[in-house]
Design a protein around this ligand. Structure first.
Ligand code: FRU
Length: 490
């Protein structure tokens, strides 16, 4: 099908029953539907939006284009969960109604105030000449789930000196004030974050830029998020236009954080260290955080990237969200650990122990395409040692330690159906210790690896055959040991 403007800019309401049935049929034949990740029923999912705890439940929305695996008219799709593990689809929450949002409801965030849920989003409009007009808007939801959209934007357009790339409001509270960061682009085409302030969440005043030390760091900063954690100020954002450097910044666009002193909201000054890429994998973008009722800072990301084609595109659906993660700071480094609630899924426990020298062996009886696994690899005299996952006919995904280079490596060269190969098929990152602990979550078409309790994380899509379920351990040019425990998810 040809994705003309007309085909891309339709709202969900205009989907015919025949179109819906066709998409459902195509998706149901996909070999790559996930078992325990949030994914669209059909169409394309991108950024997580409005992640918040409200009225005894987590709300997590996402960007959704219903008609196929392309970007077009975006809606907010709503999911809810009491425990962060089991999610319920609730349907479209915010759709384009007004002329100022005629080309999509773009990303944003949620905050609870006076028992109401305030959801902020970017309204995207294109004029006759296809010029973009972006404004920041508000919908208020009450405890019955009723949504009341404000009939005019709360911020009509970008401030002077900035372009129409003005989107993704994230709101937080500090004493009696509310603040909002919005992703922006200066007129000299460099990326930045814009700061607003409000007393009532409805009237907003422009405070200036968040003043970081990076004046020329990519052309656009999408999806900013500011929060404080363990007395640090953290500005999370997804910059576009950063060139790769060594093992870093290998994906088309990046996601990461500045960690520093708390932001000075009076003058926008932010004193921080170097940009930290928060995920070393192939497919991670536009993360957003919230706070759990017990005070944990939780993060969810999009397990995908803009402007990259994926093997499920031809099936009429694309992408999923990451598992929720808990953030912490250790020595100025942002750590991500899988949330403890996931332990609830641990069933069918199996374990294995192996010591090898210059060989490859099945890792006991471990196998599968949907599981969690924790293992400790001790490298001994080997040059390289680690795991082969999703092993099948001609397919394997490697996760190993390169002892000489002191790097953890994720290699999807032979993982299955190839994609995005122009961005390379190997990702790697330095590690320090001799013993390395991996916590691995494999779903039908993804892998999330937490190294040494979240110091390094690799998030990636994989598209192997469903039957590729082998798990092996290998050691090259010397010996290495592994101890592993696995839980198969139903
Ligand atoms: C990031 C992004 C946001 C925008 C949304 C549109 O992936 O480009 O900046 O709001 O996606 O779907």
């Amino acid at each position: 099908m040809e994705w003309t403007k007309e085909a891309r800019y339709r709202t969900y309401e205009s989907m015919t029953l025949a179109e819906q049935k066709k998409l459902e049929l195509s998706v149901s034949a996909s070999p790559w539907r996930q078992h325990y990740h949030i994914q669209p029923m059909y169409g394309l999912l991108n950024d997580p939006n409005g992640f918040v705890w409200y009225n005894g439940r987590y709300y997590l929305f996402y960007q959704w284009f219903p008609f196929g695996a392309v970007h077009g008219m975006k809606h907010w799709f709503q999911t809810e969960s009491a425990d962060l593990v089991n999610w319920e689809n609730k349907g479209v929450a915010i759709k384009p109604d007004y002329s100022f949002e005629s080309h999509g409801i773009y990303s944003g965030s949620g905050i609870v105030h006076n028992n109401l849920l305030y959801l902020f989003y970017t309204a995207n409009k294109r004029d006759e000449e296809w010029n973009r007009l972006a404004s920041q808007c508000l919908v208020i939801m009450d405890k019955t789930g009723r949504m009341k959209k404000q009939a005019t934007p709360i911020i009509k357009s970008q401030p002077e000196g900035y372009t129409e790339h003005f989107r993704d409001p994230k709101v937080w509270r500090e004493k009696d004030n509310f603040y909002m960061v919005v992703g922006g682009q200066r007129e000299d085409l460099t990326g930045c974050v814009l700061l607003y302030q409000s007393h009532d969440l409805k009237q907003w005043s422009w405070q200036g830029e968040v003043k970081t030390k990076e004046r020329n760091f990519g052309f656009m900063w999408e999806c900013p998020d500011y929060f404080e954690l363990q007395n640090h100020g953290i500005l999370l954002f997804s910059p576009q236009g950063i060139h790769s450097k060594g093992d870093s910044f290998q994906n088309i666009y990046q996601s990461g954080a500045f960690v520093g002193k708390p932001l000075n909201t009076a003058n926008g000054h932010f004193d921080h260290g170097d940009f930290q890429e928060i995920d070393a994998g192939f497919d991670f973008y536009a993360p957003q955080t919230t706070v759990s009722p017990d005070g944990r800072r939780l993060l969810v990301g999009w397990m995908g990237l803009p402007d990259v084609e994926y093997p499920t595109d031809s099936e009429g659906w694309a992408h999923c969200l990451t598992l929720p993660r808990e953030l912490s700071i250790e020595g100025n480094v942002l750590y991500q650990k899988p949330i403890r609630e996931l332990k609830e899924k641990r069933k069918n426990e199996v374990s294995a122990k192996l010591e090898l020298s210059d060989s490859v062996e099945n890792l006991g009886t471990l196998s599968g395409n949907s599981f969690e696994m924790i293992c400790e690899v001790e490298i001994g005299s080997a040059q390289r040692a680690g795991l082969k996952l999703r092993v099948g006919e001609g397919e394997e995904t490697l996760l190993y330690l390169d002892h000489g280079a002191k790097k953890v490596v994720l290699d999807r060269t032979k993982t299955g159906t190839p994609f995005a190969q122009e961005y390379g098929t190997i990702r790697q990152k330095h590690y320090q210790k001799n013993k390395v602990r991996f916590q691995i979550f494999i779903d039908i078409s993804s892998i999330e690896v937490f190294v040494n309790d979240g110091e390094i994380v690799f998030t990636s899509r994989l598209f192997p055959k469903i039957e590729s379920q082998g798990i092996q351990f290998f050691a090259e040019k010397g010996s290495a040991k592994i101890e592993a425990i696995q839980w198969k998810y139903e």
